[in-house]
Design a binder for this molecule. Structure first.
Ligand SMILES: Nc1nc2c(ncn2[C@@H]2O[C@H](COP(=O)(O)OP(=O)(O)OP(=O)(O)O)[C@@H](O)[C@H]2O)c(=O)[nH]1
Ligand SMILES: [Mg+2]
Length: 454
């Protein structure tokens, strides 16, 4: 049997930390109309351009986060500042960061998951670009027709994010140790897991990509043998079950030659249920392996017995689990070692996965909580400190206001002082003991504290 285009997936979980920053909005400008007989006409200062935003886009064209190991800082462009003659500044270009499907994004400052990208083409805003500041034209009002002030642009947003790629194992193979799970994975994918005739030969989950003849494919995971008590942390199974949380279909594998075949099946079904409802409700097919060791007729008889047995046991409840999809059969007699009936099993899995994915695409996404940190909230805090006789004011808003102030223009200065007063900076300075004539540095510019400021 041939499955063209296998891909070996070597990394199960990939994780990186990156920094993103959206662009600052451009500052507005103060400008005046200059006409032939009107040397200083009305306001003509344009608005600043919007800063570029940062988005993540899930794409099937990527499989790993390896590109992020070398490039960890991502910045969108800033908006340009406004121009004269009411020209607005150019907007900064958005930055769209492509990531593989299955990427989960966590904000490291809050530890919150802010996005979980599970579908090709899914796009999320992660840092909104700063809005451009208004120029003096836009700020003019009926009572203030010629303002000598403008607005600074909003700053961009900086975030430290952790990206985790949880490879989407569409199908998980579960079963007791030695059932032949790794042998099946090796037979139908390019993965080369360790195969041996003793329990727990597989110590970590292996993944492989199965490519079907029709071009579809799915990711198959081989989970280390589950044993009784696995759900309570006994054996190796527990540690790995958590990696299967995105699995959509289980192949429950058992050794057809086992004298305790029915009990073997019950043990695994019970462990899955004890671990989580998630697995207990997953669509499931049963694969009875090592069939070449027994007579084909005997194998068919065992299959009928298994079918009758599971129908009478609530713990399996396969009709309920598989109700959303159509399966030609739920019990398969195979030989992973001799490659018998694998094509049948694999194409059933492939069809089931396509059906499940189609159903998921129809279902509306459960919206995550709004990611507030992606938006600017108007940082209005500032700090005042004193070194010898000089006072210092530092904060995002005061800094930006100073940047758009023409300190040679008394009206512009007056507007700055008014803004500082409204924010409470002047009162704070006074309560800290500033006196007239003392120096105060705001946004890197030194002012003398005078009557005009109070
Ligand atoms: N005769 C026969 N032996 C098989 C078949 N499939 C697997 N085996 C053998 O069974 C033994 C266990 O196979 P593995 O694939 O390592 O089993 P596993 O389920 O991955 O086991 P753990 O990783 O320990 O959970 C090996 O010796 C395999 O060669 C089969 O179809 N027929
Ligand atoms: Mg194994």
């Amino acid at each position: 049997m041939d499955y063209p285009g296998y891909t070996k997936v070597s990394q199960f979980i990939d994780q990186v930390e990156i920094e993103v920053r959206s662009g600052d909005g451009g500052h507005g400008t103060v400008n005046w109309r200059r006409e032939k007989y009107e040397p200083m006409g009305g306001p003509a200062g344009g608005n600043g351009g919007r800063g570029g935003s940062v988005y993540f886009l899930a794409t099937k064209d990527l499989n790993t986060l390896v590109d992020f190991r070398f490039n960890r800082t991502f910045e969108a462009d800033h908006g340009d500042k406004g121009g004269s003659k009411n020209r607005h500044g150019k907007a900064g270009k958005d930055l769209i960061i492509k990531v593989p499907i299955g990427t989960c994004i966590r904000d490291l400052s809050t530890q919150k998951i802010v996005a979980d990208l599970t579908q090709d083409g899914q796009k999320v805003l992660i840092a909104e670009g700063g809005i451009g500041g208004k120029g003096n034209t836009e700020l003019a009002t009926a009572t203030k027709r010629a303002p000598h002030y403008c607005e600074p642009g909003q700053p961009g947003i900086q975030r430290t994010l952790q990206l985790t790629l949880k490879l989407l194992a569409d199908v998980g193979i579960v079963g007791l140790p030695n059932a032949g799970k790794s042998t099946l994975l090796a037979a139908v994918t390019r993965a080369r897991p360790k195969i041996a005739d003793y329990p727990f030969s597989t110590l970590e989950p292996n993944l492989g990509v199965v490519k079907l003849q029709n071009g579809d494919g799915f990711v198959l995971a081989d989970v280390p043998g589950l044993i009784e008590g696995a759900s309570e942390g006994i054996g190796l199974g527990h540690k790995f079950l958590q990696h299967l949380e995105r699995t959509r279909l289980l192949i429950h594998m058992a050794d057809i030659t086992s004298e305790t075949l029915h009990d073997d099946l019950v043990t695994i079904a019970r462990e899955l249920r004890l671990y989580s409802d998630l697995f207990a409700n997953l669509p499931t097919v049963i694969a009875l392996n090592k069939s070449e060791l027994i007579d084909p007729q005997e194998a068919q008889q065992i299959k009928q017995d298994v079918l009758a047995f599971i129908n009478g046991q609530d713990i399996f409840d396969l009709a309920e689990k598989n109700k959303r999809i159509k399966l030609p059969e739920i019990v398969y007699v195979i030989s992973a070692g001799s490659r018998v009936n694998l094509e049948e099993l694999i194409s059933t899995c492939g069809h089931a996965i396509s059906q499940i994915k189609a159903l998921e695409a129809e279902a509306p996404d459960v919206p995550l909580e709004k990611d507030e940190a992606a938006y600017y909230h108007g940082e209005s805090t500032y700090e005042i400190y004193r070194k010898k006789d000089v006072f210092y004011v530092e904060g995002d808003r005061p800094d930006r206001w100073v940047q758009v102030t023409d300190i040679k223009d008394p009206e512009s200065l007056f507007a700055l002082f008014q803004r500082l007063r409204n924010l409470g900076v002047i009162d704070d300075l006074i309560s800290r003991g500033i006196e007239l004539g003392q120096e105060v540095v705001v946004g890197g510019v030194m002012f003398t504290f005078g009557e005009d400021m109070t």
